[in-house]
Design a protein around this ligand. Structure first.
Ligand SMILES: C[S@@+](CC[C@H](N)C(=O)[O-])C[C@H]1O[C@@H](n2cnc3c(N)ncnc32)[C@H](O)[C@@H]1O
Length: 220
C-alpha cells in the first residue's frame, strides 16, 4: 500500500467531508496508520486511541473483560471500541452513541466498524440517550467533542446525576477532557468536587499534551 508507506514521511489525505458538528472530517494516512481528524484535532486512532487505552489500563484490562455492558458516548472512528474488542477481547455488549450520522458512514467505510459483532450503534445526542435509556452499564466512556469544544452539558449536575444512576455498583466512568486554558482547568476542578465519598475519583493530568482523564468508580 503506497499511501501507507509514504505516510511515514508526509500525511496523505484520503477524504475530507464537511460536518456541521465537527467543522470537517478528514481521513488521513499518518505514520503508517489510518486516522480520523476533525478540523483542528485528532478524533480517532493516533493520539486519541493512546489516551483512552491508558484510561482503560488504569481501570484494568482484566477487570474490564468481566464487564457485561459498556456504553461509549462519542463514537467517531471507534478506536476505543477497537481497543476493547481487539486488545482486551471484551465479549460483552457495547453500545455506541454518536450524534453525527456522517461520521458513522465514514467509520463503516474506512474502519469497518459494522463488522464488530458485539457493537450496537445508536445515532442520537448522548444527553438525550442517557435520559431515555433503561439499561445499566458497568463502564461508561465519555468522549464527546465538537471539534476542540466540549459541550457544557457534560459538566452539569443533571447529566452527571443521570450517568451515575445508569452506572452499576463497582462500575467505572472514563471521562476524556481537554484543557486548553485556565478556565478549562477550573472547570475540571469543579467537576471533581461533584463526586462524594460514594465514588472513588482519580484525575490523570497531561495524559497527552492537553488531555486530562478522569476515572470514577461507583462504590455503593
Ligand atoms: C473524539 S471523537 C470520539 C472518538 C472515539 N471515542 C474513539 O475512540 O475513536 C468525539 C465524538 O463526539 C461526537 N459528539 C459530539 N457531540 C455529541 C453529542 N452531543 N452526542 C453524541 N456524540 C457527540 C462527535 O461527533 C465525535 O464523533
Amino acid at each position: 500500500m503506497f499511501a501507507k508507506f509514504f505516510s511515514y514521511f508526509i500525511p496523505i489525505n484520503v477524504i475530507t467531508k464537511n460536518s456541521s458538528v465537527s467543522k470537517s472530517l478528514e481521513v488521513t494516512w499518518n505514520n503508517g496508520e489510518l486516522v480520523l481528524d476533525s478540523k483542528n484535532t485528532n478524533y480517532s486512532y493516533g493520539s486519541l486511541q493512546r489516551i483512552l487505552r491508558k484510561g482503560l489500563k488504569y481501570i484494568g484490562f482484566e477487570r474490564i473483560k468481566e464487564f457485561e455492558n459498556i456504553l461509549v458516548l462519542g463514537v467517531a472512528g471507534a478506536s476505543v471500541i477497537k481497543t476493547l474488542v481487539d486488545e482486551i477481547k471484551f465479549k460483552g455488549k457495547i453500545t455506541g452513541v454518536e450524534i453525527d450520522s456522517n461520521i458513522i458512514e465514514i467509520a463503516n467505510k474506512y474502519f469497518k466498524i459494522n463488522e464488530i459483532k458485539n457493537l450496537e450503534i445508536i445515532i442520537d445526542d448522548a444527553f438525550e440517550y442517557v435520559l431515555k435509556t433503561k439499561t445499566k452499564y458497568d463502564l461508561i466512556i465519555i468522549d464527546i467533542f465538537q471539534d476542540t469544544k466540549m459541550p457544557n452539558f457534560l459538566f452539569e449536575d443533571y447529566f452527571i446525576n443521570r450517568i451515575n444512576f445508569i452506572l452499576n455498583k463497582n462500575g467505572f466512568i472514563l471521562f476524556n477532557t481537554m484543557i486548553i486554558n485556565e478556565k478549562d482547568r477550573i472547570r475540571n476542578l469543579d467537576y471533581k468536587k461533584k463526586f462524594d465519598d460514594n465514588y472513588s475519583l482519580r484525575m490523570y493530568p497531561k495524559v497527552e499534551e492537553h488531555n486530562e482523564l478522569f476515572t470514577i468508580k461507583k462504590l455503593i
